[in-house]
Write a protein that binds this ligand. Structure first.
Ligand SMILES: [Zn+2]
Ligand SMILES: [Zn+2]
Length: 310
């Protein structure tokens, strides 16, 4: 016997543990899109006519974000451009790039490809080699994340975008929250905000309040391709373990991730946003200190940062 949708009479395909709702294919997809719309308006993320860049890695989250924003942008007269950064991870980045390009073009969205090699002169693999030679402890994810953030900023300036949307979901945010707590990086909680403005471009996370599990179901039900390769560096660092721990907690206590997100955002509110009070002496990009985070990272790896046109 099949279970009926809690909202209409169709067959349910999804159970939402934290609310106890059963949802059919249509009601589920609608609820996800509605949730994204609510998040966008709650945090005043986007305005009519905004030129929006979407960071598209090729993973299910970013493809789903592009898919949903494309549907919304059409109704709001907003321009959308999909941005993919090839990190240069052997056996991984190239396939991700290909999928991001094909999916974007299939939606009729302009695709803008770039790479770490092009911007920094090194691939992530080359930087990890330098890290290992130096015996440094920074995880691949933290190096990659810092360089990706800056790369997106650079492109956003180059393309004169109003907003930069990334597909960080509720799970990502809560993982980062716990990792920051464990590392004593309380000031980094300000990065967790669903919307950050300080640098002239709005950085927004429309999936902030969406569970990763729901995005996975959404992509499956909407025939969004699922990139099945796992980044070879994914098991480095503590994030992998934090993720497993949180999943176990959520299984036993549905809704606990959401409550943790609320706490993280509350704590973040008290921390002042960074303001670009300097131009980085190496790359020239706006920065809250003399040397921006990305250039600091490169210098610690023994790489001379390149000046960038901003
Ligand atoms: Zn229904
Ligand atoms: Zn810099």
């Amino acid at each position: 016997m099949s279970v009926k949708c809690s909202f209409c009479n169709r067959e349910a395909v999804y159970f939402r543990p934290y609310s106890g709702e059963y949802l059919c294919r249509r009601c589920f997809s609608r609820s996800v899109v509605e949730k994204v719309k609510r998040t966008i308006s709650k945090y005043e993320m986007l305005e009519h006519g905004d030129r929006i860049g979407v960071g598209v890695s090729g993973g299910k989250d970013s493809l789903s974000l592009l898919y949903i924003l494309n549907g919304l942008a059409k109704r709001h007269g907003s321009g959308l451009i999909s941005i993919t950064i090839d990190e240069g991870i052997r056996g991984y980045s190239w396939d991700a790039m290909k999928l991001a390009k094909e999916f974007s073009e299939g939606l009729g969205v302009e695709h803008y490809p770039t790479s770490f090699k092009e911007i920094y002169g090194y691939t992530l693999d080359e930087l990890i080699k330098l890290r290992d030679e130096k015996g440094m402890r920074a995880s691949a994810c933290s190096i990659c994340g810092t360089l990706r953030r800056k790369a997106l900023d650079l492109i956003a300036r180059k393309l004169k975008l109003d907003a930069l949307a990334t597909a960080h979901n509720l799970d990502d945010m809560v993982q980062t929250f716990l990792i920051n707590l464990m590392n004593g990086d309380l000031e980094k909680l300000k990065w967790l905000k669903p919307k950050i403005e300080g640098f002239g471009i709005k950085r927004v996370k429309p999936f902030s309040e969406l569970y990763e599990r729901e995005i996975l179901a959404f992509s499956y039900l909407n025939e969004i391709p699922i990139f099945d390769k796992v980044c070879p560096y994914a098991r480095e660092g503590i994030r992998w373990e934090v993720r497993r721990m949180l999943d176990r907690l959520e299984f036993g206590h549905p809704g606990v991730k959401y409550t943790m997100l609320r706490s993280a955002l509350k704590l973040g509110e008290g921390i002042e946003e960074e303001r670009p009070t300097h131009s980085c002496i190496y790359c020239g990009m706006p920065s809250s200190s003399r040397i921006c985070n990305a250039c600091k990272m490169l210098l610690s790896l023994g790489v001379e940062p390149r000046p960038q046109e901003g």
